[in-house]
Design a protein around this ligand. Sequence first.
Ligand code: PMP
Length: 393
Amino acid sequence: MLGNLKPQAPDKILSLMAEYKADTRQGKVDLGVGVYKDPEGVTPIMRAVKKAEQRILETQNTKAYTGLAGTQEYRDAMAGLVLENAPADRLASVATVGGTGAVRQGLELVRMANPDAVVHVSDPTWPNHLSILKFMGQAFVEYPYFDNATRGVDFDAMLAAIGKAKKGDVVLLHGCCHNPTGANPDAGQWDDIAASLEKTGAVPLIDLAYQGFGDGLDADAAATRMLASRLPEVLIAASCSKNFGVYRERTGILMALGEGSEARDLTQGAMAYLNRQNYSFPPDHGARIVSTILDDAELRQDWKTELEEMRRTMLDLRKQLAEELRNLGGNDNFDFIEHHRGMFSRLGATAEQVAKMKEDSGIYMVGDSRLNIAGLNNDSVPVLARAIVEAGV
Ligand code: PMP
């Protein structure tokens, strides 16, 4: 039986990591995998996370199962973080295995509720969105998103495409810090997206994996909160991997806002059922770290301070890189790097140019020219800027 399995294509980003590791050159630069790194190249455990873990270690007296939906503390804390004033009469939620688990369970919920739904997904998007959709056999279409000329959002084309969604379809949106491009709609454009969804009756599935990495915790949730307040139904898949730095703890949440308490109860039941079918209880350790931090004024403040430092480090690197390229090229062609938000920017380089930067300068970025800004530091920014110019990007 197992011999019938087909070989799976290796994950491109993980292959790139292996290639980087094997490269013996001094001064090589890893801009591939999407984890935050400090200027020393370390992905730190945040101070508040360490303290919360210590507290849990000292006080936890059982490892018995929690509930199918995870703990109430975690779900309440996350509803507060993402939605601020979450409408309890409309909100169903379950803890999930990371943000990926939230996306997967969200799509499974859609399939249960409307087997005829078509999922509209940005072109490009996080490759795992497409991979999950294909694996599930879920019908989907891509909507144009990135304008390669301006390296901004091709908003007119996006709006025209999502305007064709049908009632009960799903529009998958990145709540902030679009992966892989770094280009995001502005507030007025988000209003237009809301108006389009109101008109078509399509339901947004908002993937919120980088809250706090773009313009700040509240600013990054603003679009999600606006959609939640305007639309009758909203799905949100949030990840704590990046903003709490708990990548390997697999901490995420799926939230669903329905039209009143009856819909909420049905949705809550369906989401708990989905957890049961897929893995029974969601992991607790990361979720407990997150609720311990968010429910404690001191830990919460310290976490916010450290997250803000990380965000500012990335913004400073964006500024420095744009400036370096302005000086080298004598033009503002790369100012978009300063305007992009989050951990990533899509440079708009060809596959050959990406390969040349790797061969000539030891710079590793994903083949579609997505670079992880957090992989840079003050010393490697000029190296990258020169490589970009020499590759003729
Ligand atoms: N959505 C997007 C857009 C992402 O970039 C990621 C992380 N790469 C995730 C979801 C899921 O993250 P995780 O499962 O690690 O929480």
